[in-house]
Design a protein around this ligand. Structure first.
Ligand code: 9MR
Length: 469
């Protein structure tokens, strides 16, 4: 596929998601004024203000539960069928397709202006018995036929597909997971993406996995390298889904934002696709949402169920609503954080192409700060791996705030910058200078903003200096 067509895909999908979000927001009629900022009172309407989606997994049988549907329609602007688009559901017998329950969910979503994520086309799990018993060329052909049929059926109704789900092994190996699909040949993942691309050129095509949240985990690094390789070789991939099940002993990692921004820096969108957190601590939910809001290409969040009683791990009470449908403290934290990402003026009518990874001040300044003696300071933190690194630079305004800033540092010998985000850059090795972009030059006194860059080689030992204007 040509670059031009790929850009078209991204535009169409983004437009649909914003239109859908806008419809849901309008339907919810929940806009209220809070101070100088416009704050929305539902998750979907709030996320829509920055062009994002906020969704949930939906099982078809809950659509007849009126208490459930009331919350679903009020709060969410995106849905993911929890099981109904999986291989066992859509192709129970080879070449006999069954779409009843999936279609019901899609119809409901569309009637409410919600966008739909397709989950999932190729997976080692939830295969029907006939597929489990296949191998080699027969399985490869069956996989391609399945992808072609299902993606064609839902063409135009699904804004993103989890094309391949959970293809990497847990633990420290960084290897592919063994499965019948993997044994058809290591190229099965890229073949799946190319097949999906041919069937639905306008859907965003995602790789989706769990335990790829902690940036230093071998599994995260392995998926990162695969996506990097796909982008370099032109395999049609548009997005990475981080399931982010912080349940069953897996916790929110403090370097989550680095993971999101590192994937995004490869030129893919990032979606948080199956979020749930054991016991739903408000802090962990807040941090997760804040990290997404700080990364321009983190386009939305899906929680894996509405009420605790709807969860696949109901015993951990990991969701935003309790079994009676009441909002939990985590809900309030999420909503506040989604609203924090909204500029203090009229919400944008079109999605911003990027937004600053700042921690917004609780009371936004009404007049721009002026230059004073306060200056600014910068610190750099590194996440390194064999042969490369991502540097996150935090700029802190001094006592007078900034109208603009410039951060300079010298890269160690052999290191080079490959790309940067949320800053303009001059130079790529030796001395390099980063200056603010339009949206993050003004920092109130004592507040911070962050930008980042990726490099090859070893990045340790950089000392940034900051000057303010
Ligand atoms: O929530 C889903 C549950 O109802 C199913 O029984 C289970 C079967 O595999 O799948 C659950 O959803 C999974 C998702 O499809 C992929 N990531 C992990 C999810 C939780 O297990």
């Amino acid at each position: 596929m040509t670059q031009q067509l790929r850009r078209k895909r991204t535009r169409i999908a983004a437009t649909w998601s914003v239109v859908a979000a806008g419809l849901a927001a309008a339907a919810a009629m929940t806009m209220v004024m809070a101070g100088t900022a416009t704050a929305a009172t539902t998750l979907g309407a709030s996320a829509a203000q920055t062009g994002r989606f906020f969704g949930t997994a939906v099982p078809a049988n809950k659509l007849s539960d009126s208490a459930y549907v009331t919350i679903l329609n009020r709060e969410f602007n995106q849905v993911t069928p929890e099981n109904e688009m999986k291989i066992d559901a859509t192709e129970p017998n080879q070449n006999q397709f069954s779409y009843g329950n999936a279609d019901r969910i899609v119809q409901h979503a569309r009637s409410q202006g919600m966008s739909v994520r397709g989950h999932t086309l190729a997976w080692h799990s939830q295969q029907p018995p006939w597929m489990q018993s296949l191998s080699g060329t027969a399985l490869r052909n069956a996989m391609n036929n399945h992808i072609t049929q299902v993606a064609t059926h839902f063409r135009g109704q699904v804004f993103a597909w989890d094309v391949v789900n959970e293809a990497f092994a847990d633990g420290g190996s960084g290897a592919r997971r063994d499965s019948n699909l993997q044994r058809t040949g290591n190229d099965w993942i890229e073949v799946a993406f190319r097949t999906a691309d041919a069937a639905d050129p306008n859907a965003l095509l995602c790789y989706n996995d769990y335990n790829i949240d902690n940036w230093t985990d071998a599994k995260t690094q392995a998926v990162y390298r695969m996506v990097q390789d796909f982008k370099q070789r032109g395999v049609p991939i548009d997005c990475v889904g981080l399931q982010s099940h912080f349940t069953g002993g897996s916790n929110y990692p403090s370097n989550y934002r680095t993971t999101l921004s590192s994937f995004a820096a490869l030129g893919v969108d990032v979606h948080i696709t199956e979020l749930d957190i054991r016991n739903a601590p408000a802090d962990a939910y807040r941090n997760t949402v804040r990290d997404c809001m700080a990364v321009a290409r983190c386009k939305g969040i899906t929680v894996w169920g509405v009420r605790d009683s709807d969860s696949w791990r109901s015993g951990e009470a990991p969701l935003l609503f309790n079994g009676s449908g009441q909002k939990k403290p985590a809900y309030d934290a999420v909503l506040a954080e989604l609203n924090n990402g909204v500029p203090p003026t009229t919400p944008p009518t079109t999605a911003p192409t990027s937004r600053p990874p700042t921690t917004p001040p609780t009371t936004p300044p009404t007049t721009p700060p002026t230059q004073g003696p306060g200056g600014c300071t910068a610190t750099v933190s590194l996440n390194s791996w064999q042969g490369g690194f991502v540097a996150t630079v935090r700029v802190t305004a001094g006592s007078s705030g900034t109208n603009g800033w410039s951060v300079s540092m010298t890269l160690p010998s052999g290191a080079a910058v490959t790309n940067a985000w949320s800053a303009n850059r001059s130079g790529n090795s030796g001395p390099v200078t980063f200056t603010n972009v339009s949206y993050n030059g003004r920092i109130a006194a004592g507040q911070t903003t962050e930008f980042g860059f990726q490099g090859t080689g070893v990045g340790t030992g950089m000392t940034p200096t900051c000057s303010a204007s």
